[in-house]
Design a protein around this ligand. Structure first.
Ligand code: ZN
Length: 354
């Protein structure tokens, strides 16, 4: 291969334009009108490629040969199979703008997928799950809850149970258009704290302690309405699916497939521990408010109940959502009031008709 270069002798700094011959026999020959030099390439050092900078051969006596045609040198190196790890870096550097753009795009795409795509996918799948899956998840979760929270048999009087059951079924039928596809039922437990939560197939559990806190049955119905929305909107399975997707991505990234096997049995615990997002809680509160306003109770019974059980750091809804993920009671009560005001406004300020 023949190309041009600039030669700088070790002893003087004058530049000399030379013809460079890179021969098959591993020799480097430099020629000009009045100059000639021959070296074995093995004794010459070639600088590493860096961006669009010229390359240099350093000759044994310290003389330097600068070559500006870096593309030619690169292809010669390729032929000589002298490529080193640095060449990859060089390739990236000369295309750094593309690399940065591609990386930013990928990050943005992943973030968007995580923030918007995942919940949409989870919702889509949750509503398509066969009832059998929901029933299985419910059975597993119920067992886990009973065990985790030391639930015991309820001591609630039979006539109270009948009343609550009847009201619960009435509400579920009214509030959930797909109630026939679920198995709505109410179960009572004795526990050391007031609590209520919904499971995917329509099972709603409530503790005697929560019922004991109520000053009016409507307060309990408000809580049940909140739980019915969790079932209707499939908040449980949607949460599980969203968490599982993160779990799956993590598995893909780490390549540790052993975690996938344990996923099925981890579902109830996931449901119990991570609870619902604030968005789901707000949706459940709003759905409950809608019903309570429609039947003429207003949102006060639910707001009162929320405030009454708050000082004990207890919770409504999913068992794990107490302190960390439940919207603060005050905020929830405010939202209930605001919602009621919004609904009431068209009634108190009727539009004037001519
Ligand atoms: Zn809830």
């Amino acid at each position: 291969m023949t190309l041009t270069g600039t030669y700088y002798a070790a002893s003087f700094s004058r530049a000399l334009e030379v013809i460079v011959h890179l021969a098959e026999d591993d020799s480097l020959r430099l020629t000009s009108a009045d100059f000639q030099r021959w070296e074995s390439l093995r004794d010459c050092q070639l600088s590493e490629p860096l961006g669009s900078m010229a390359r240099h051969f350093t000759l044994p006596d310290g003389a330097r040969l600068e070559i500006t045609d870096i593309a030619a040198i690169a292809s010669w190196e390729k032929q000589q199979a002298r490529s080193s790890g640095m060449h990859f870096v060089h390739g990236l550097e000369s295309r750094w703008l593309w690399v940065v753009a591609a990386a930013s795009f990928l990050l943005a795409f992943m973030a968007a997928g995580y923030v918007w795509g995942l919940p949409i996918a989870a919702k889509f799948i949750a509503f398509k799950l066969p009832p059998k899956i929901n029933e299985l998840a419910t059975d597993q979760a119920r067992t886990a809850f009973v065990h985790l929270m030391s639930f015991e048999d309820s001591k609630l009087a039979a006539d109270k149970r009948t009343t609550f059951n009847a009201q619960f079924m009435k509400m579920a039928t009214t509030m959930d258009p797909s109630h026939a596809k679920r198995r709505y039922r109410l179960e009572f437990f004795a526990a050391p704290f007031p609590n209520a939560f919904a499971l995917p197939d329509g099972l709603v559990c409530i503790t005697d302690e929560l019922i004991g806190k109520a000053k009016d049955d409507k307060e309990i119905y408000g809580v049940l309405a909140h739980e019915i929305i969790h079932v209707r909107e499939q908040h449980g399975m949607r949460s599980v699916l969203q968490n599982s997707a993160v779990f799956l991505i993590w598995t893909l990234m780490t390549g540790d497939v052993s975690t996938v096997a344990g996923m099925g049995s981890a579902l109830p615990a996931m449901l119990a521990q991570s609870g619902y997002s604030r968005g789901f809680e707000t949706e459940a509160d709003q759905g409950a408010a809608e019903y309570m306003i429609k039947v003429g109770w207003g949102t006060k019974p639910l707001a009162d109940m929320l405030q009454r059980i708050d000082p004990e750091f207890s919770n409504l809804g999913n068992a794990g959502e107490a302190i960390s993920t439940h919207p603060l009671t005050e905020k929830r009560v405010e939202l209930l009031k605001a919602y009621e005001k919004k609904v009431a406004e068209p009634l108190t300020n009727p539009q004037k008709t001519p």
